[in-house]
Design a protein. Structure first.
Length: 225
């Protein structure tokens, strides 16, 4: 299933969400401009779990922040930005501009921590906004449980665009991450998808969503007209 957009229209201009998407795209274009030197640059500047598990310093905090805006390829970038575009604006409306920015960065940090705890000796750079985006998905599931998502279901001749409950789209996404994460435990340190970062970010988002929902009324769920 490929989500296209949700049915909830925000009443604000989600400037922070737009800025985050732009920052991710600009970082990726900057990385492309390096040509063959990009791998060495990533190794120096991205989050490497073993560097943090062996002792945290200011350079590691910088790497943690930069890693949230790096991507390994066009599909990696497009996938993350699509989910951020669909779900991030609603979280920004619920948390406010500043609150959403803080939430996004802390979600990325929580995701990185989950990855480090499950692969403390990894020397493979961890890059991508997936953990922070996963936090937005978790919060969305809690704050907008009755929302539906226009979803493209590719089934060859029977492919169709249909409305699917957000709890189904995001629930299936999380279950897939969980199964893949459990299967990846004990695997060789050969790179690939950091499933536990996704899980950690999502759980962080759920917890923040529950806390926020219990303290104040979120924006009502409104359908597109």
């Amino acid at each position: 299933m490929i989500p296209i957009r949700d049915e909830i229209k925000t009443r604000i201009v989600p400037v922070v969400n737009y800025a985050l998407i732009a920052a991710n795209v600009l970082m990726f274009l900057y990385m492309l401009s390096m040509g063959s030197g990009v791998e060495a640059w990533v190794q120096r500047n991205a989050l490497v779990p073993v560097n943090i598990s062996s002792g945290l310093d200011l350079g590691d905090l910088k790497a943690l922040l930069m890693s949230m805006f790096m991507h390994a390829g066009w599909m990696h970038l497009i996938g993350n930005m699509l989910y951020l575009w669909i779900f991030g604006d609603n979280i920004e409306e619920s948390l406010g501009h500043v609150g959403y920015l803080v939430f996004y960065l802390l979600g990325g940090a929580a995701a990185a921590l989950a990855h480090i705890l499950t692969a403390p000796g990894s020397q493979v750079p961890a890059v991508g906004a997936s953990g922070a985006v996963a936090a937005a998905l978790g919060a969305y599931l809690v704050l907008y449980p009755h929302s539906r998502v226009y979803t493209f279901i590719p089934l060859g001749f029977f492919s169709r665009l249909t409305l699917v409950p957000a709890i189904v789209v995001l629930g299936l996404w999380f279950v897939l991450q969980l199964f893949s994460g459990v299967a990846s435990l004990g695997a060789s340190d050969g790179g690939g998808v950091a499933f536990w970062a996704h899980i950690g970010g999502f759980v962080f988002g759920v917890l923040v969503g529950l806390l926020f929902k219990g303290r104040r009324q979120v924006a009502p769920e409104r359908q597109w007209s």
